[in-house]
Design a protein around this ligand. Structure first.
Ligand SMILES: NC(=O)c1ccc[n+]([C@@H]2O[C@H](COP(=O)([O-])OP(=O)(O)OC[C@H]3O[C@@H](n4cnc5c(N)ncnc54)[C@H](OP(=O)(O)O)[C@@H]3O)[C@@H](O)[C@H]2O)c1
Length: 256
């Protein structure tokens, strides 16, 4: 049975792209939403305004998910935000979405700095942010980690990025196992190529890249941010209450 109490979601990287669509999709399903942003405060505040227009409460907090030592301070801020804006002590859904890509041709061309940067944001950050979020998550909640189709298939230059996401996919199974006793579920959504600002907006800006992606996708069009949010919102709903520890690829059938 669907519970009637309003839930609260925390979506990292909710200011743009997939995170924005995830936040709006959750709001449309009746969820209050806290988004985080890294640098683009104005975009984040615009998303907050959109969520309020839908009829839910919303807030935006600054967070660099690649700096673990900032997380204790972030959770102190979150605690005050939950109390002041939502009259709550905990939240229900954690969506680990924030992230960036790199543009390099190969493993050999990937620098140590790029590797560390990807690791900090996409793996270490997700690991420790989730660990520190656990006391604030309500029993019966849900964690959704955003991975990538690139953990199943390969693309030149994406090796370091995909390795971090593969780590998150494995981590998700452990999250599901360890949080299961509290009926908190953990799943992965793995998008294919989506036309956002990601990686210098290469997909959105280049018709050559678009033609290539269409040629290797069963559904011959380009993925958009609004292909993703509804799936994440579904995974947080009671309808998905028996889906746990799973990876769901949302890619229109790329490289089938
Ligand atoms: N687009 C794709 O093709 C695609 C495919 C598969 C998976 N993904 C994954 O989906 C997620 C979102 O990607 P997107 O396409 O929506 O990218 P995007 O449009 O570039 O948006 C990135 C979001 O993450 C935030 N962010 C970036 N670095 C951060 C950091 N160090 N700390 C905290 N927040 C940070 C940004 O905040 P600001 O706005 O403040 O900068 C923004 O909200 C990423 O994890 C990405 O790996 C994307």
């Amino acid at each position: 049975m669907e519970s009637t109490e309003k839930k609260i979601a925390l979506v990292t990287g909710g200011s743009r792209g997939l995170g924005r669509d995830i936040a709006l999709s959750l709001a449309r399903k009746g969820t209050h939403v806290i988004i985080t942003y890294h640098a683009k405060k104005d975009e984040a505040l615009a998303v907050v305004a959109e969520i309020r227009k839908i009829g839910q409460q919303a807030a935006a907090l600054q967070l660099n998910t690649g700096v673990v030592k900032s997380f204790d301070g972030f959770f102190e801020t979150l605690k005050s935000c939950l109390k002041e804006t939502f009259a709550a002590e905990r939240f229900d859904f954690l969506i680990n979405n924030a992230g960036h890509g790199i543009t390099v041709p190969s493993l050999a061309a990937t620098t140590e700095e790029q590797f560390d940067d990807l690791m900090n944001v996409h793996l270490k950050g997700v690991f420790f942010l989730t660990a520190k979020a656990m006391p604030y998550l309500n029993d019966g909640g849900s964690i959704v980690n955003i991975s990538t189709g690139l953990t199943r298939f390969t693309h030149p230059g994406s090796g370091a990025y995909a390795a971090m996401k593969s780590g998150v996919e494995t981590l998700t199974k452990y999250m599901a196992k360890e949080a299961g006793s509290r009926f908190i579920r953990a799943n992965v959504v793995a998008p294919g190529a989506i036309a956002t600002d990601f990686n210098g907006a290469r997909l959105r800006e280049s018709s050559q890249v678009q033609d290539y992606i269409k040629s290797i996708t069963a559904l011959p069009r380009i993925g958009q941010a609004d292909d993703i949010g509804g799936v994440v919102a579904f995974l947080c709903s009671d309808e998905a209450g028996w889906i746990n520890g799973q990876r769901i690829e949302v890619a229109g059938g790329m490289y089938l």
